[in-house]
Design a binder for this molecule. Structure first.
Ligand code: AP5
Length: 187
């Protein structure tokens, strides 16, 4: 099963995506985590991505599409994958569709986490105080939300046309949200 978890920054994609992947017995892959690891290791990819990430902007599609190809072509993803944080633009979605079509597969479900903007900001600032992630500051958070509305939200109608979107209220406890997400992927 190929799934995608979609939502604004702080909506719980990572938290819920990992649990949902365990439940469905598919690997979870996050482009955000892969990029942060590349930054930490100081690789060429990390060096190229860091500036965009710190500002809260997207890393260029040209960089990400290569990464997505690598992920979807890997042995681990041969029988499905939970995609966290990608695709994020229509160009990336088209690239995913094309790569999956080559494997006679498609995106089976898109779990859309619905969280009020106030709560998103509260969660990200709380994480900033604990973990100090370089893009969890008010200025970058504002940019990340703007980028989400402008570049990623159009994917909702892109995937609604394919009939695969399932909306999940993303407020409340992690467990309650997970129960809703598990029910939603089966629906
Ligand atoms: P990415 O890592 O994907 O970050 P993001 O979309 O901003 O999302 P977050 O990781 O902040 O939040 P989340 O929705 O995963 O929620 P989480 O579970 O962590 O991307 C980072 C950057 O990398 C991008 O800005 C871009 O530059 C680049 N990038 C990545 N992918 C890209 C792509 N495909 N194309 C181009 N560029 C790309 O939860 C957030 C916090 O809330 C945590 O502290 C968590 O503990 C807490 N929390 C979770 N659930 C709850 C709950 N129910 N109640 C209270 N707190 C909760």
């Amino acid at each position: 099963m190929y799934l995608m978890i979609l939502g604004a920054p702080g909506s719980g994609k990572g938290t819920q995506g990992k649990l949902l992947a365990e439940f469905l017995k598919v690997p979870e892959v996050s482009t955000g985590e892969l990029l942060r690891a590349a930054v930490k290791q100081g690789t060429a990819l990390g060096k190229e991505a860091k500036k965009n990430m710190d500002r809260g902007e997207l890393v260029p599609d040209s960089v990400i599409v290569g990464l997505i190809k690598e992920i979807l072509d890997s042995k681990e993803a041969a029988r499905g994958v939970m995609m966290d944080g990608f695709p994020r633009t229509v160009a990336q979605a088209q690239a995913v569709d094309k790569l999956l079509a080559g494997k006679k597969a498609k995106v089976d479900r898109v779990v859309l986490l619905d969280v009020a903007e106030e709560e998103l900001v509260k969660r990200l600032l709380a994480r900033a105080a604990k973990e100090g992630r370089s893009d969890d500051n008010l200025e970058s958070i504002k940019t990340r939300l703007k980028v989400y509305h402008e570049q990623t939200q159009p994917l909702i109608s892109y995937y609604e046309k394919q009939g695969v979107v399932r909306r999940v209220p993303g407020m409340g406890s992690v467990d309650d949200i997970q129960k809703r997400a598990q029910a939603a992927v089966k629906a």
